[in-house]
Structures are given as C-alpha cells and as structure tokens.
Design a protein around this ligand. Sequence first.
Ligand SMILES: *Cc1c(COP(=O)(O)O)cnc(C)c1O
Length: 318
Amino acid sequence: MNIPFVDLKSQYASIKNEIDTAISEVISNTAFVGGPFLKAFEEEFAAFCRTKYCVGVGNGTDSLFISLKALGIGEGDEVITAANSFVATSEAITMAGARVKFVDIHPETYNIDPARIEEKITPKTKAIIPVHLYGQPADMDPILEIAAKHDLRIVEDAAQAHGADYKGRRIGSIGDAGSFSFYPGKNLGAYGDGGAIVTDNQELAEKAHMFANHGRADKFGHKFEGVNSRLDGLQAAVLSAKLRHLDEWTESRRRNAYLYNEYLADTDLVTPREIDDVRAVYHLYVVRVPKDRRSDLQDFLRSKASQRASTTPSPCRT
Ligand SMILES: *Cc1c(COP(=O)(O)O)cnc(C)c1O
C-alpha cells in the first residue's frame, strides 16, 4: 500500500457539500477577482491570526515579496533569514532587489538560531525573516529584541504554521507582517495557489493591497507600479470553508505527532523538539536519522505500510 504524503481527496470528501456550495456561490455571483468572498475571507483570516488586517495575494512567495516591498525594502538592503528554508524565502528577498544573508539554524529546533543573528547584521541590514519551519514556532522573543535594538523590521514566514502560537501569541501576528501560503498541501490549502499578509499596521496593509493590485488606489488611479498578485474569489471561498475546520485538523495533526513521539521514544531517531510554551502545528513531522541508515529506515517503513494494509485500514487523515 502506498500511503499518500497528503490526502487531499479524503479531506475533500469529508467537506464536499461545503466546498461545492462555496464554489457554486462564487460562480453564480461571478465574484472572481476582489468582491465579497475575498473580503469575507480576509476578515476571517485576520481574526484567526488575531491581527487587524489581512491582504490576500497570489501565493506565499509573493506575500513575502510584497511585505518587503510595502516595508520599503529593496536595492542596496540586506535581509536575514534561516539557511534551511524552502527556496521561496530567499527568492522573495532577491525579487525585492535586496541581498539574502543566511543565518544558521539551531541544531535541535531547525529554526533560525537567534544567538547567531547579530554577527550577520551590517549597516545595510533592514529586516529579518524568521521561518516557522515544519509548523514549529521560531523563538521570537530574542529575535524581537535584536530587531528593536538594530531598528530592523520582521516579516514572519508562516507558510507552514497556520494557527501556531508562541507564548500565547498567534504566529504571524508577532512581527511587522506575517506571510502565509495557501498552496494546496499547506495546513490551510486552497484549490490552487494563494497567499496572504497579516498585520496590525494599517499603512502597511494598504500599501501591500495596492502593490498586489497594480499599485491601484481606485478604479482609474494608480499611485505606483506594483504587480498583479491577487487571491481570487474561488480560492477565498474554498479557504473560508476550510478555515472553519482548521482547528480540528490541527488538533489531529498534534495528536498524531505526540503519538509518533511516544512510539519512537525507544528508537535512536531524533524526533521534533518544541521550544517552551508554544503550540506547534506539525505541517511536517521531521525525524533525523544518520545518513547511512536512511535507506534502511525507508525500507522498514515501507514493509510496515504493507503489513498495515493487509490488517487494518489507515486511521490517519489530516
Ligand atoms: C510554501 C512556502 C513558501 C511559498 O509559498 P508558495 O505559496 O508556494 O509561493 C514560502 N515559505 C515557506 C517556508 C514555504 O513552505
């Protein structure tokens, strides 16, 4: 039996009516770009992130890029980020015209090591992009302290961390801006590409909104050249329907992760480590194994998967 990495078909089957209704409402209203479905989702997602504003954009890479542009970061500037993120994080910095400065990760959390940030700061440094990789919150307190001390902006890359918390604060609401991806396989996934920026800063939200829509202030007024990167109505309606289930899905991810921790406790696999006082959302459950034993582990897991197929149906669904 092949256990799918992400089972979006069974997820759809479990909420088919809600999704089908949402899609047909958008089509009957022909509210494809902008419109009420986008506005509703932006309000719901801002509330979910505990921020004042949410700006829907075309994808998670653009949400990072547009956040940087709206913060006035570009040519001649440097932006610090984690060395191990998905390529989109550094791509967005380069797209904005700035230079990427990588900081190494903490060996146990796999997130940016705050103790190593200051050595990379120069007079050109303008911002830090901490990445909450695999849904594990990065250690924000020391990062906030460093940013305040050096007058740097923070854009959280929360593409893998929808609904995670750090010391009682929602991930995405802690920095100047939080950046999300709604790529289908993410914890909150659209039925195509999508992304969003959340912030409490009204000016930043307005700039980001305009930049993502050709620098447009009103129908015929364009204040500056931006890009076309919008979250469309169909995606927004799908996301609204799925957002209502996200807490429940996150709880089942967390339960599964803790079960894995229990089952793997007596092995020599290194299992994910949460820092204190966080709610991790386990976009991925990543284990570390010595390189020379990697293929043995794969073979072992494959043999277990076929055993399971012949005895019980898979209980796992995310
Ligand atoms: C998915 C992802 C992105 C980019 O999102 P897209 O929607 O695919 O553009 C950025 N950063 C991280 C950490 C991601 O996992």
